[in-house]
Design a protein around this ligand. Structure first.
Ligand code: FAD
Length: 528
């Protein structure tokens, strides 16, 4: 593994230095977009010896990459569309990420309940059909599989999901995929790229392009914090702007074809004690031919997702009341004993899939495989893809971007651990209890910090050691402490309280007040 020894500062000071470099150097590669796609490209390129700059118009992961279903998965559903190579690639990436950042790709069991014929179910009620699909899923994972599927009896299914509809229940299948924390995955990839020398700035928006003759040679960007403009020069520019990529393409060529077909998916966050599930569960979506995941995540339960064409504004898509109501009703119907109602909604969020236009098909049928285009001026645009496959997607983009550069090495990212996990001992339990004793803090706090910050958790504990105030919990009922806000400003380039509440932590999704009550305290902590 190719780890780096110590945690590096990644603050607003680092940002100012990066923007200063952007105005001075000519980079091998400039990336527009700080979601998982752009982050992955920056890390791949810089680790292959290229000089790299990345700009993000808002905060890292503020687009789709903080609004996913939080799964690192092969995508069982894609087997229905015979997308075997996509599933195999995603299952391989699942194994790679589990090795590189185990806390960001944690194996999770999924229960698919089967009912008597004619009753609503997530994936149909044919035991044979489902068993063939799951057998294939295991086969495509090959030796990297994290667990083989199995049939469970009705009693076992009800033990795993005690409040599940029991009428007509025959049993179910259990299979395995992985759970992530999407925005934390992005920030860790960004930090890994920065630690290797990439110049990276959030709140820096591409407003125009620089051309020499008909070839692209850079980006005109606006620093949204200082209100200044910077001319960033680069040999190759990559457009990884997700659902905004058509907008960016039109900076290059006002007549560039529109390729995107955004599709919206919403999720609802509810208390997990309402469900009492031991696994994730697949349930039917009421009135639709699709299913919803009911996923245990960060001490809550996330239910979603939907899939519909979206024509609204791109910056802040909203989970509409009718969409939330359908998800809540679906959960209530599948878990009748949980007595779920609107009162149980802690938060809801919407994300936009950057799908590649495919006329006629429903958005659910459009392939999730990424597509890469190169414009006449040399702008490379990547759209589509999955959070799960970001590493491999990045490798392909950098192969293309560096095809004329004989000195560039092969991709090394399959050997680059994230979040300092190389500093963790092989027994996480022993590491956690040692650290709890060493720093004289509760074991649950250390467990929370390891699951959030991986091998960098000690940096948070060291900040917490500076004062009793920094060891205080921020919100009753959630594990986060004040030191995390200082850590986010010092080591994760958080610029605003929202960066911390929404993306460095997920307090905005987990707390009923979305963190509003601690916003000024967080701002004050971050200013230290
Ligand atoms: P984004 O994350 O949107 O990043 C693009 C970035 O570009 C944004 O941050 C934006 O601010 C920035 N930008 C735009 N314009 C400019 C500009 N002019 N200058 C500078 N920056 C700019 N995948 C999985 O693997 N597992 C899942 O469970 C999963 N669930 C999903 C559920 C839903 C509801 C959705 C919508 C998607 C899901 N996906 C999942 C897919 C996955 O989330 C996306 O494929 C991925 O996050 C897209 O990342 P991206 O970097 O391409 O786009």
């Amino acid at each position: 593994m190719l780890g780096l020894p110590v945690i590096s500062e990644f603050s607003l000071g680092t940002r100012a230095a990066a923007l200063e470099r952007m105005g001075r150097e000519t980079f091998d590669l400039a990336v527009i977009g700080g979601g998982i796609t752009g982050a992955g490209i920056a890390l791949d390129a810089v680790s292959r010896g290229l000089s790299v700059a990345l700009i993000e118009k808002s905060d890292f992961a503020s687009g789709t990459s903080s609004r996913s279903s939080k799964l690192i998965h092969g995508g069982l559903r894609y087997l229905e569309h015979f997308e075997f190579s996509l599933v195999r690639e995603a299952l391989h990436e699942r194994a790679t990420l589990t090795r590189l950042a185990p806390h960001l790709s944690q194996p999770l069991a999924f229960l698919v309940p089967l009912y008597k014929a004619g009753m609503p179910s997530a994936l149909g009620n044919s035991r044979l059909k489902l068993s063939v699909g799951l057998w294939l899923y295991d086969l495509l994972a090959g030796r990297e599989n994290i667990g083989r599927h199995r049939w469970v009896s009705r009693e076992e299914a009800l033990r795993l999901a005690p409040r599940l509809e029991s009428r007509g229940l025959r049993g179910g299948f259990v299979y395995y995929d992985c759970l992530t924390n999407d925005s934390r995955l992005v920030i860790e990839v960004i930090k890994a790229a920065a630690a290797r020398g990439a110049a990276i700035a959030n709140y820096a928006v591409a407003r125009g392009v620089i051309k020499e003759g008909s070839s692209m040679s850079g980006i005109e960007l606006a620093d949204r914090l200082a209100g200044e403009t910077v001319s960033l020069r680069a040999k190759v520019v990559v457009n990884a702007a997700g659902v905004w990529s058509d907008e960016v393409s039109r900076l290059d060529n006002a007549a560039a074809p529109l390729r995107l077909r955004p599709s919206k998916g919403i999720h609802v966050v509810m208390p997990s004690d309402k469900f009492d599930n031991q696994t994730a569960v697949l349930i039917p979506s009421l009135g639709e031919k699709r299913f919803l995941f009911v996923i245990p995540w960060c001490g809550r339960t996330v239910v979603g997702t939907t899939d519909s064409d979206y024509l609204g504004e791109l910056d802040e898509p909203l989970a509409e009341q009718t969409e939330v109501a359908r998800v809540v009703a679906s959960a209530a119907s599948s878990f009748p004993e949980a007595e779920i109602s609107d009162e149980d909604v802690i938060s809801a969020f919407a994300g936009l899939r950057p799908l590649v236009s495919a006329n006629g098909e429903s958005t659910a049928e459009v392939s999730r495989k990424e597509e890469i285009f190169e414009s006449e001026s040399g702008l490379i645009t990547i759209i589509g893809g999955k959070l799960t496959t970001y590493r491999h997607m990045a490798e392909r983009v950098v192969d293309l971007a560096a095809r004329n550069n004989a000195k560039v090495r092969h991709s090394e990212t399959s050997r680059i651990p994230l979040a300092g996990v190389e500093r963790l001992s092989s027994s996480i339990e022993a590491e956690a209890s040692n650290a709890a004793a060493e720093f004289e803090v509760p074991l649950e706090l250390v467990t929370h910090l390891i699951s959030s910050y991986g091998g960098n958790f000690r940096a948070v504990l060291e900040i917490a050691g500076e004062s009793a105030e920094l060891r205080e919990r921020l919100i009753e009922g959630l594990p986060h402490i004040a030191a995390e806000a200082v850590y986010a400003a010092r080591y994760e380039m958080a610029a605003t309280a929202a960066d911390f509440l929404v993306r460095r932590t997920r307090i905005s999704l987990l707390a009923r007040d979305h963190g509003a009550s601690i916003e000024s305290r967080v701002t004050e902590l971050m200013q230290r």
